[in-house]
Design a protein around this ligand. Structure first.
Ligand code: CO
Length: 211
């Protein structure tokens, strides 16, 4: 039986052949530059591939993924991606996209220890605590879990907005707009939480920077 790594390389060759047959200049054009209009911050989960679920092509989305689509202000990887995409690539949208059935959210709601990962999941437990009253009021575990997925996206959108990177961009160019979405992996549809933010007007003053 073909090993999985060989299947991936074969798949790549087939994809290249298909692209070249559609447009013989495809890779020449792609290799020259990229002009993505959005930064996608999503979960590492294999069931939410950003380009596929949004029917976009290589070059259209700049992507950062981690467990449970977290925006943690000490994560130099995420901050570098955010800074580069906003200030160099000039993306006009930042999308935080979570998904129902997220293993990171499930794990954070449990009392199980997962070793090193506990430290990452701690940030989700903190989100729970911020919304404890609402969440503890939901008796059905699945409904509570789905709501935490949504609230976690909302808090990560806020975390994006709290960065001086975004607040500075808003001051200089009125962009980007920051959106919160949730992918429902049971039917493939993305739900817009309709919490898009484009200024720091409604932000608590402690997070506002004089720029
Ligand atoms: Co997930």
């Amino acid at each position: 039986m073909e090993k999985f790594d060989q299947k991936l390389l074969r798949g790549n060759k087939e994809w290249v052949a298909q692209k070249n047959s559609e447009d013989s200049n495809y890779f020449k054009m792609l290799s020259q530059s990229q002009h993505p209009l959005a930064l996608w911050i999503g979960c590492s989960d294999s069931r939410v591939p950003p380009n596929e679920v949004t029917k976009t092509h290589p070059g259209e989305l700049f992507v950062q993924r981690n467990i449970a689509n977290m925006v943690i202000h000490t994560d130099v990887n995420l901050l570098s991606v955010l800074d580069y995409s906003v200030n160099i690539l000039g993306v006009t949208h930042v999308i935080v996209c979570g998904h129902y059935g997220c293993g990171g959210i499930k794990a954070a709601m449990s009392n199980m220890s997962f070793g090193l990962l506990d430290n990452w999941l701690r940030n989700i437990k903190d989100v729970y605590l911020l919304h404890q009253k609402e969440l503890d009021g939901i008796s059905d575990h699945t409904v509570r879990e789905r709501r935490l997925v949504e609230l976690n996206v909302i808090e990560q959108v806020r975390n994006v907005c709290k960065t001086s990177i975004i607040q500075n961009a808003w001051k200089l160019q009125k962009h980007p707009h920051v959106h919160g979405w949730v992918d429902d992996i049971s039917n493939g549809l993305i739900k817009d939480l309709e919490i898009s933010v484009r200024s720091n007007e409604d932000m608590h003053k402690i997070y506002k920077y004089d720029l």
